[in-house]
Write a protein that binds this ligand. Sequence first.
Ligand SMILES: [Zn+2]
Length: 237
Amino acid sequence: MLTKAIIIKKQNTNEYDQLITCYTKELGKITAIAKSILKPGSVQAMHLDVLNLVEFDLVDGRAMPIITGAQGENFYARMKNFLPALAAGYFLAEVLDKIFFEEEKDVKLWNFAADFLNRLEAEPERATAILRSGQATLLKLLGYFPMLEKCVFCSAEMKNTDRLALSLEMGGLLCQNCFLRGFRGVFLKKEDWAALISAPFTNDGASNKGRSVLDGLFEYTFDIRFQSLDFFYQVVR
Ligand SMILES: [Zn+2]
């Protein structure tokens, strides 16, 4: 079966083989084995690097499918040469690896993933903006986008002055009343709000360089500390 895939993780197994976890267009996430990839001169090795878009044949193996004839279609060289963009790419890989089950085909998610990498490759210096808007899109695709129209506690219509805090537990904005009454919320930065409503991103604020409420939504919702985000904030300037 001919398959298009984004490589998201590699692990050594046996002496010369590697387990390759990837997100495929045809099958969703899968883990397959690449035989002899660690032998010197392996033709497949360079094609099967993490965050490559590749095409390969999957053939039936005893325990799991075997990858043959891997051909890199996009190596995202510009993205990989700019650390913040690479770190944003790793975030995608970590999300695909940790949040999704195997073999659940999802063409929308595939299109999102390919588009996200293409955007990082086209404009690596805009990594922060691309990461934030990608996170917002992903939350929508997954059904976890926060409620912005009404207060998540009292259902009051939100006023402009209410854009103050977001409850990670409840997944929505808190009105000023509820915030002042002591319901727990994460303070919303200007940039967080812009990312949530997909407004144009300005890269001037110093507050851009710390964690955003979108990161918080991911970590709270999926109960995962994303190492790729730690890496991202170490390298972003
Ligand atoms: Zn309220």
